[in-house]
Design a protein around this ligand. Structure first.
Ligand SMILES: NC(=O)c1ccc[n+]([C@@H]2O[C@H](COP(=O)([O-])OP(=O)(O)OC[C@H]3O[C@@H](n4cnc5c(N)ncnc54)[C@H](O)[C@@H]3O)[C@@H](O)[C@H]2O)c1
Length: 256
């Protein structure tokens, strides 16, 4: 197992039936991890597990709606019961209802905050005691560049993603040195989140960043692998921007 980056590690990944979570589950499994693939879209999640097993990897599917405390608790308990421990928790699920603060309803706000932000606390709350008892663990959160600046019409999503940054700091400080906690802030990634958005629109999004393209989920998974592995041993409380140079690009027309 020495040639692998995550030999025998147990990784729980939420939102792993699609996009970034799926790519991360597949990469972690290829790097020797035993992966708990969790989602609410069961057929797609089970297909991810079947693919990992077909490639010779080890994986288990667990249905969990991360917006609900009992599901979060049951996910962590199932992973611990099946594999005996959790080394890596990747709280990756995020979804949202768009709108300004005036447009969204209280239900929209609660739904977005539950799934994007409260889920990360709920999963950490249940996973941390086991990680502390075993003497180590890594928590990864999937944030967004939406945490860094305002895009029109994303009030709840941006509040949630901003909250994840603060939660990263809090978890990192409270549970160091035993647990490392880091957040990935992706720019635009071609995934289920963009379903229904046409090619022309996707091109406009891509044009905003220096690399002039949107990321593939695998490119975010590679950063997750680095943060989950001992390669990032001196990193905790960090937010890693993976945006193709979006943040580096001034919003001015070329040549002016
Ligand atoms: N795609 C992007 O451009 C982008 C950019 C920045 C951040 N992100 C973040 O990346 C993360 C992953 O999103 P993605 O782009 O891979 O999207 P995706 O739609 O491809 O995958 C999201 C997965 O989450 C699952 N899910 C939704 N609600 C859930 C719930 N309540 N409980 C459990 N699972 C649930 C979905 O079934 C789906 O499989 C999210 O946190 C998202 O906010 C995405």
């Amino acid at each position: 197992m020495d040639k692998f980056m995550l030999p025998n590690k147990v990784a729980v990944i939420t939102g792993a039936a699609s996009g970034i979570g799926r790519a991360t589950a597949q990469l972690f499994a290829r790097e020797g991890a035993r992966v708990v693939v969790s989602d609410i879209t069961d057929e797609a999640g089970q297909a991810v597990v079947a693919g990992i097993r077909a490639d010779g990897g080890e994986a288990l599917y667990v249905h969990a709606d991360v917006g609900h405390m009992p599901d979060c608790e049951q996910l962590i308990q199932t992973a611990q019961a099946h594999y005996g421990r959790i080394d890596i928790l990747h709280s990756n699920t995020g979804t949202h209802r768009r709108g300004t603060a005036v447009e969204i309803t209280e239900a929209d706000w609660d739904w977005s905050l539950n799934i994007c932000l409260k889920s990360a606390w709920m999963l950490a709350h249940h996973a941390l005691p086991g990680m502390l008892a075993q003497g180590g663990g890594v928590i990864l959160l999937t944030g967004s560049v939406h945490a860094l600046w305002g895009y029109a019409g994303y009030a709840a999503y941006e509040a949630a993603k901003g909250g994840l940054l603060a939660l990263t700091h809090s978890l990192a400080v409270d549970f160091a040195p035993t647990i490392r906690v880091n957040t990935i802030l992706p720019g635009a990634v071609v995934s289920g989140q963009w379903t229904g958005v046409g090619a022309a629109e996707m091109h406009k999004v891509a044009d905003c960043c220096a690399l002039k393209r949107n990321a593939q989920p695998e490119e975010i998974a590679q950063v997750a692998l680095f943060l989950a592995s001992p390669m990032s041993s001196f990193m905790t409380g960090a937010s890693v921007v993976v945006d193709g140079g979006l943040r580096a690009s001034a919003p001015t027309p070329r040549g002016l």
